[in-house]
Design a protein around this ligand. Structure first.
Ligand SMILES: [Zn+2]
Ligand SMILES: [Zn+2]
Ligand SMILES: [Zn+2]
Ligand SMILES: [Zn+2]
Length: 147
């Protein structure tokens, strides 16, 4: 009789970063993920926690937190709540286990002052009414007001 060989690939590992220690499963989709939310420092805006990133920066997490019905990938409520660019980012960024198959098309967002392209998901920007300002233009505006 041959002993069953433990297949190392069967070991649970975080679906986002591949670690095998201190795992938990996500409430929204039941995937293995690092139980690392405690590592996050309040208000640091760091994105070093797999658990938090999935919960905060994906449609999967949002859809679950809001108590929407059905599959987040085809949820009309989620799509009505964000700009198409954010839907596409939330649905396809690296914090997802499964990527949205058909993210909405969108026009790139440009800084209303200097025209530089702003990636809403990852770049810093300031919003003023319908305008988006890139970080450097926002800083210049701030300086003007301070004078
Ligand atoms: Zn992880
Ligand atoms: Zn999820
Ligand atoms: Zn939803
Ligand atoms: Zn600008």
């Amino acid at each position: 009789m041959t002993k069953p060989v433990t297949n190392r690939a069967d070991k649970p590992r975080c679906g986002l970063c591949g670690k095998t220690k201190n795992l938990t499963t996500t409430e929204c989709c039941g995937n293995w993920i690092c139980d690392d939310e405690h590592k996050y420092a309040m208000f640091s805006y760091a994105r070093n926690s797999c658990h938090r990133n999935h919960r905060r920066y994906t449609l999967c997490g949002y859809h679950f937190n809001e108590g929407h019905e059905g599959d987040w990938k085809s949820c009309p409520k989620c799509r009505s709540e964000f700009e198409p660019e954010m839907i596409a980012w939330y649905g396809t960024n690296e914090y997802n286990f499964e990527k949205m198959p058909e993210p909405p098309a969108y026009e790139p967002t440009k800084c209303s002052h200097c025209g530089v392209t702003i990636k809403l998901g990852t770049d810093g920007y300031t919003r003023s009414g319908d305008e988006h300002w890139c970080e450097s233009c926002a800083a210049k505006e701030m300086n003007k007001k301070m004078r």
